[in-house]
Design a protein around this ligand. Structure first.
Ligand code: ADP
Ligand code: MG
Length: 358
């Protein structure tokens, strides 16, 4: 299916945005902390045309689904909520948005923790920016995308995914202070590259999931500790006064921030990998966002020679593992990992660096 076949017109413009994988700094962004993502090669593309009636029309190739809305409609459910949210928020910023035909196609894995949702928001916003020449920079685009996800998709997310999708590239990591939005491009550790394997357990992050609950726990913990956000705590000992489970949740956030800050000090690939392994244990034991399949996959990866470290990446409750591996060994390591993972009774698939680009 293409734009012409769905809307019977040619697109006026298009924009695309990548998914992302986070190397370190998980669940720190909504605590004003530090993150270290990179863009993945897979991208979401949004094409736009002017709709001839008074409704917006959205079509997604991946969902093979169409949705139509009046401006005055309440927020829709499903994939339309992300696009509708972006349009609504631009209107709230004071921009006059005509009714649009929106065509979405993507090679970003959906629901695997590589942020297809942010890629959809950022691609939508960049396409509308291009169509209407809106004076929005890439940071503003990320902020509006985040608000679309919070207000319209019901996920009380931080800013990492949209900042990574809007600003990161595939050749380096984006070290981001999510409080100040100060950022620095950081090279991968010497001699290392990235491997991402999907656990086969699709996560569901939006409303009703443990994600929003974790965020609320962090806010309670910060309040009890008398700080604006957990980012303001640097000594892990300081969280020991909290009751459980707030103590373990906070311990994860504080130690995770410290791991990111160490990782950007030009550490070796070996040390970076140790920090990733520690991050996985912390997500599993203290933050409790892993699942047995992901734990099995991380453990398998961590044992393979040539792997510096591996961890759950993304919001958790399923999703993918990212590993830092010796450059040039991706195929060999991936096939051993997949073989062992399948023998353990699970079904995984390689997402990076061997993507099946649609
Ligand atoms: P992740 O961002 O980790 O992939 P989320 O649960 O946050 O997972 O977001 C996935 C949701 O984003 C999908 O259920 C869908 O609503 C929307 N989405 C992402 N990519 C597309 C796409 N190509 N077409 C339509 N909807 C999409
Ligand atoms: Mg998402």
């Amino acid at each position: 299916m293409n734009f012409q076949e769905i809307f019977n017109q040619k697109p006026e413009t298009e924009a695309s945005a990548p998914g992302r994988v986070n190397l370190l700094g998980e669940h720190t962004d909504y605590n004003d902390g530090f993150v270290l993502p990179t863009a993945i090669p897979q991208r979401t593309t949004v094409q736009l045309g002017f709709s001839k009636d008074r409704q917006h029309h959205f079509y997604s190739v991946e969902f093979n689904d169409r949705a139509s809305f009046f401006d005055s409609d309440r927020a829709p459910k499903g994939f339309g909520s992300y696009i509708f949210g972006c349009i609504k928020l631009l209107q709230e910023e004071g921009y006059k948005i005509p009714t649009l035909n929106v065509f979405v196609t993507s090679s970003v894995p959906i629901g695997s923790g590589l942020s297809s949702s942010a890629a959809l928001e950022v691609a939508t916003l960049k396409a509308v920016r291009s169509l209407l020449n809106l004076p929005l920079d890439d940071v503003r685009i990320a902020q509006i995308g985040q608000q679309a996800e919070i207000q319209y998709a019901g996920l009380n997310c931080g800013i990492m995914d949209q900042m990574a999708s809007s600003l990161a590239d595939t050749n380096s990591m984006l070290f981001l202070d999510t409080r100040s939005l100060e950022r620095r491009v950081v090279p991968f550790p010497a001699g290392a590259e990235i491997l991402v394997i999907d656990s086969g357990e699709t996560h569901k992050l939006a409303a009703g999931s443990g994600y929003n609950q974790r965020r609320a726990e962090c806010e309670s913990a910060a309040q009890m500790l008398g700080v604006k956000a957990l980012r303001d705590i640097t000594d892990p000992q300081a969280v020991e006064v909290l009751p459980e489970p707030l103590r373990r949740r906070s311990r994860h956030v504080v130690t995770e921030d410290n791991r990111v800050l160490e990782a950007v000090q030009s550490v070796s690939a070996k040390r970076f990998g140790e920090l990733m392994n520690a991050s996985h244990a912390s997500q599993r034991d203290d933050y409790e966002v892993s699942v047995p399949a992901v734990d099995a996959l991380a453990a398998i990866l961590q044992e393979i020679p040539g792997v510096f470290g591996a961890r759950l990446t993304g919001g958790g409750f399923g999703g993918a593992c990212v590993a830092l591996i010796e450059s040039g060994k991706a195929d060999a390591i991936a096939s051993v990992a997949i073989e062992r993972y399948h023998r353990a009774g699970y079904k995984g698939r390689i997402l990076v660096p061997n993507p099946v680009i649609a």
